[in-house]
Design a protein around this ligand. Structure first.
Ligand code: AMP
Length: 307
């Protein structure tokens, strides 16, 4: 395994036993079996269990999800796992930021009750060659699905496994990954999970840049520059009116290219189903979505237009 989670000096079967040694009460579990048996106790009281899955390199956006869960649920569990099967680009996987010690500190500080910190064998006991296929329909072929083939199958493998293990009453996810939210909604439906999906607003830097773990790979100047993506979305929001959206979309895409971004897409779509909207009736709720490279770092963002 390329990454090591051995941040503690001694090898232990579960970090559970460190509970007394730490000043707070967050329990860290590495193994699915330990997690399951621990959660039997938690779930036996019928109490609500909020879940915030992450890939680590935590920022204030992740913390906002955690806070929502803390406010709504009696127990909050988070997970950190960099899921190899959702990366269609090996370099992106290799360079994905890892800040585990800091992440644990952030989670503890913000009152997370349980952290699930599995390695790849716990998440993929039968290996990472995918055997299960989820019927995601057209959603997997458009936007992120088109530019990142296989990405959403990978997301579903990991979210499905996590939901089976954690069985949360509430699942907290970020609107920042709008299409992913729709995919998870579908996964919950087709797999019949008894979990309420809660989509939380995107947290932004002062510049407007959507917070993202990948931003850690940008220097300050690039971060400032990258906020142009959000400004471009805002300018569409300001200019949009009923009728053809063709010119507006074209102008915005050209603007990004002129500013040296390499956009994969800029789309104006029906917020309910992500179908592209060419002629707007002025009533349908819309989402404006963009994916663009700044240097070799791919960023995504979106904003909603609704009544
Ligand atoms: P990640 O660690 O990138 O897989 O993200 C874990 C969760 O945090 C996902 O549900 C994301 O949508 C959410 N998230 C990521 N960035 C933000 C943000 N800026 N604001 C709110 N939620 C976010």
């Amino acid at each position: 395994m390329r990454r090591s989670y051995n941040i503690f000096p001694v090898k232990i079967r579960s970090y559970h036993c460190l509970r007394l040694a730490l000043i707070n009460t967050m329990i860290i579990l590495k193994y699915a079996a330990d997690l399951k048996s621990y959660l039997i106790k938690v779930r036996s009281t019928n109490a609500s269990l909020g879940f915030v899955p992450t890939m680590g390199a935590l920022h204030k956006g992740h913390v906002s999800l955690l806070k929502k869960s803390k406010a709504a649920c009696e127990t909050t569990i988070s997970s950190i796992f960099i899921n190899p099967t959702q990366f269609n680009n090996a370099d992106d996987f290799k360079k994905y930021p890892v800040t585990l010690e800091q992440d644990i500190f952030i989670l503890e500080k913000n009152g997370c009750d349980i952290l699930f910190l599995p390695d790849v064998n716990e998440m993929y006991p039968e290996g990472t060659v995918l055997k299960k296929h989820f019927d995601l329909g057209y959603l997997k072929t458009i936007l992120e699905g088109k530019f990142r083939p296989g990405h959403f199958q990978g997301v579903c493998q990991v979210v499905n496994r996590l939901l089976e293990l954690v069985t949360p009453t509430h699942l907290f996810v970020g609107q920042k990954d709008y299409q992913q939210c729709m995919i998870i909604k579908r996964l919950i439906e087709i797999q019949n999970f008894n979990t309420e999906l809660i989509i939380c607003p995107t947290l932004r830097e002062e510049s407007g840049l959507a917070m993202s773990s990948r931003n850690m790979r940008l220097n300050e100047q690039e971060k400032e520059y990258a906020s142009e993506i959000y400004r471009t979305l805002l300018s569409i929001q300001q200019k949009i009116k009923p009728g053809s959206l063709h010119c507006l979309k074209k102008e915005a895409t050209e603007h990004l290219i002129k500013k040296n971004f390499k956009p994969d897409y800029l789309e104006i779509a029906d917020a309910k189903n992500l179908n592209p909207v060419v002629e707007w009736d002025g009533i349908t709720d819309l989402v404006i979505l963009a994916a663009a490279f700044v240097s070799d770092i791919r960023l995504i963002d979106n904003i909603l237009i609704q009544d």
